[in-house]
Design a protein around this ligand. Structure first.
Ligand code: PMP
Length: 436
């Protein structure tokens, strides 16, 4: 049945798809961290809809909230207040990083890309500087700036088009430091020095930088945890040069790393934060949150638009996601179980030559495959083979990274210990086979 549906899809939809090639099944139902396909096979889900279903598939508490909302209405003029909207906003404000809590405003958007665009537009509007500093290996979305075709000059101005120029700095990737460095900390410092130089030296010719846009742990780029000192250093550089720090928490946020926000692990408060994926519990929505004082400088109306912002079902789900994580103490569980999982991956890495590096926080763990531990030559085909064999044995385990050679563990935070152990056992089995 799965193959039938895959074939039907192939005829009807664009061929340019990613996931159906990696995981050849058609989904029927899902619960917690398990998925059932249309042929009755069960899978342990370590993908969570790409780090979206932090509280699990069909979470009963979220389902109840969405059902109640469905009975009332499921679309409105997206700015009109409601109890659902205020409950969501209150819950969200209560979990913001300490430096933003009670001092922030929220703007609703729809997708992760949308939030990042709003963040960049806001930074450009506030600083009046046209350039954004982003990182090698970064992923912030794929929008293109259609506002240029919209015939409203002020909307184009708010959106900051033409889309800002971007200058790129290396990301401190300790396992493959892009600059000469002795160790991880040194790698972080080398990158910080380079960024400081970029921003200080008038002869670099990069123009006026208004903000630094950073993933506190790099997601699509390879689940890369920066050295401890790095984000603090970025914060200092941003302050020194009078520019804004934007944290893209689209993938890292809402408890994924065992804290509400990854920046909290590093003791850093960003000026603007992008939030999406898990915040809607699987119903598309996103927000940015930013220092309240910027609000005074915004136009009275229409800074960021979109018909589907703040969908009521998503807001109901989002409010419930936050309450569920709080009531089940899921953050502590994620820290502890994530630590246990990382150590299990590290333990396997020590025993086989095809795993070069293991890193991560909470349920965001990268395991980097290499052809050879000494040369660190990326094991891109090895990673797709691990994915394929694990899929055949009932575990959904996806890849990412500059070279597509990083296995990324991003299971729902409600994954049972049994399904974690089972997946790790199967992972070791597959690694052993491929090490021969
Ligand atoms: N930022 C980050 C860090 C992401 O991981 C992603 C999606 N993987 C995005 C932005 C874009 O989100 P979306 O796909 O919802 O546009």
């Amino acid at each position: 049945k799965s193959l039938e549906l895959l074939n039907a899809q192939r005829k009807l939809e664009t061929k340019s798809l990613v996931y159906p090639k990696a995981f050849k099944f058609a989904i029927d139902t899902a619960k917690g961290a398990t998925i059932r396909d249309v042929d009755g096979n069960y899978y342990i889900d370590w993908v969570a809809g790409i780090a979206v279903l932090n509280v699990g598939h069909n979470n009963p508490y979220v389902q109840q909230a969405v059902r109640e909302q469905l009975d009332r209405y499921w679309h409105w003029m997206s700015e009109i207040p409601s109890e659902t909207r205020i409950r969501f906003l209150r819950n969200l404000h209560s979990i913001l990083p300490e430096g933003l809590r009670d001092r922030a405003k929220v703007m609703t958007t729809v997708t992760g890309a949308d939030a990042c665009e709003a963040a960049v537009a806001l930074a450009k509007w506030i600083t009046k500087k046209p350039v954004i500093l982003a990182f090698e290996g970064a992923y912030h979305g794929v929008h293109q700036g259609i506002v240029m075709a919209t015939a409203k000059t002020e909307l184009q101005q708010y959106a900051g088009v033409p889309l800002v120029n971007v200058v790129r700095a290396p990301y401190p990737y300790p396992y493959r430091c892009p600059l000469p460095a002795k160790d991880a900390e040194d790698c972080g410092n080398a990158v910080l020095n380079y960024i400081d130089h970029l921003l200080s030296d008038p002869y670099t010719g990069i123009g006026e930088v208004g903000a630094i846009l950073v993933e506190p742990i790099q997601g699509e780029g390879g689940y890369i945890v920066p050295p401890r000192n790095f984000l603090k250093g970025l914060r200092e550089i941003a302050d020194k040069h009078g520019i804004l720090l934007i944290a893209d928490e689209v993938q890292t946020g809402v408890g994924r790393t065992g804290r509400w926000w990854a920046v909290e692990h590093f003791g850093v408060t960003p000026d603007i934060m992008c939030i999406s994926k898990a915040i809607g519990g699987g119903i598309p929505t996103s927000v940015i949150t930013y220092r309240a004082e910027y609000d005074e400088r915004l136009p009275e109306e229409a800074f960021h638009f979109g018909t589907y912002r703040a969908n009521p079902l998503a807001l109901a789900a989002g409010a419930a996601v936050i309450e569920y994580i709080q009531s089940r103490n899921l953050l502590d569980r994620t820290l502890q179980l994530g630590d246990y999982a990382r150590r299990a991956f590290e333990d396997i890495a020590e025993r086989y030559l095809i795993i070069g590096d293991v890193r991560g926080l909470g349920f965001m763990i990268g395991t980097e495959l290499v052809k050879d531990k000494d040369t660190k030559e990326p094991g891109t085909e090895l990673a797709s083979e691990v994915r394929r064999r694990m899929f055949e044995r009932g575990v959904l385990f996806h890849t990412c990274g500059h070279f597509g050679n990083v296995m990324r563990f991003m299971a729902p935070l409600v994954l049972t210990r049994r399904h974690l152990d089972e997946g790790i056992r199967i992972f070791e089995e597959v690694v052993r086979e491929l090490s021969r």
